[in-house]
Design a binder for this molecule. Structure first.
Ligand code: G3P
Length: 217
C-alpha cells in the first residue's frame, strides 16, 4: 500500500519523508488555506521535496476553466497530479488532461458509480472519502470494497486512493480491502506506531537492562 500524506505543511511532510513513509502528497483548498501559503509556491516546494505524485486541486467549476487551471498546475513539476471534483466538468477535465499525459486525481467520490465514471474518464487516482461517509452514518469502507470489486472485475488501471482517513483503523481496513493508496494526515500516520504492549514490553526490557548493568556503547 502506498502512503500519501494529506497536508500542505512542509515540515510535517519532510519529517515523514525522511523515514521513507511518503509515497506522495495530497492537498486541497482547505489544506492550502490551513498552511497559510500561496498555492503555487507551497506546491512547488512539496514537489521538490517528494518524489511521488503531489495532488493540487483546481478551483474552477466549468470544464474549460478547470482545464486552464489544471495545465497551469501541471507546469509546476513533473510529479503534479491535478485534482478535480467528481462532476461532469471534472470528468471532462480528467479526460482532457489524462489524454495529454497529466496524472489526474478525481476527488470527492462518494459512490461506486462515480468511481466507475472516473475510471472511464482515465483517472490516475480515484479518491473515495471514507470519513465523510462515516460522518453521515454510512460505512465509508463499504465504498472502498465496492470500488475494489468493480475495478478488479474490469481490470481498470485507476488506483483507489482511500481519502478522508481519520483513524488508524481506517488505514488497516482500507489495506485489508486492497486500496492501492491511502492518504492520511501526519498525526494519523504517526499514531500507527502506538501499542500499549510495545510500551510495556520496552519498559520491562529497560528495567532489566539497568538491573543487569548491560552496556552496549
Ligand atoms: O483526503 C481528503 C481529505 O483532505 C478530506 O478529509 O477529514 O476533511 O474529510 P476530511
Amino acid at each position: 500500500m502506498k502512503f500519501f500524506v494529506d497536508t500542505a505543511e512542509i515540515d510535517a511532510i519532510a519529517e515523514l519523508n525522511d523515514l521513507g513513509m511518503v509515497d506522495g502528497v495530497t492537498t486541497n483548498p482547505s489544506l492550502i488555506m490551513k498552511s497559510g501559503r500561496d498555492i503555487l509556491e507551497v506546491t512547488k516546494e512539496i514537489c521538490d521535496l517528494v518524489d511521488g505524485p503531489v495532488s493540487a486541486e483546481v478551483i474552477a467549476t466549468e470544464a474549460d476553466d478547470m482545464i486552464v487551471e489544471g495545465r497551469k498546475l501541471a507546469k509546476i513539476a513533473e510529479n503534479i497530479t491535478v485534482k478535480v471534483p467528481l462532476t461532469w466538468a471534472g470528468l471532462k477535465t480528467c479526460k482532457t488532461l489524462s489524454d495529454e499525459g497529466t496524472m489526474v486525481n478525481v476527488t470527492l467520490c462518494f459512490s461506486a458509480n462515480q468511481a466507475l465514471l472516473a475510471a472511464k474518464a482515465g483517472a490516475t487516482f480515484i479518491s473515495p472519502f471514507i470519513g465523510r461517509l462515516d460522518d453521515i452514518n454510512l460505512d465509508g469502507m463499504d465504498l472502498i470494497a465496492d470500488i475494489r470489486e468493480i475495478y478488479d472485475n474490469y481490470a481498470f488501471d485507476t488506483e483507489i486512493l482511500a481519502a478522508s482517513i481519520r483513524t488508524v483503523n481506517h488505514v488497516t481496513e482500507a489495506a485489508k480491502i486492497g486500496a492501492d493508496v491511502m492518504t492520511a494526515p501526519p498525526d494519523v500516520i504517526k499514531k500507527m506506531v502506538n501499542h500499549p504492549l510495545t510500551d510495556k514490553g520496552l519498559d520491562q526490557f529497560l528495567k532489566d537492562a539497568a538491573k543487569a548493568g548491560i552496556k552496549i556503547v
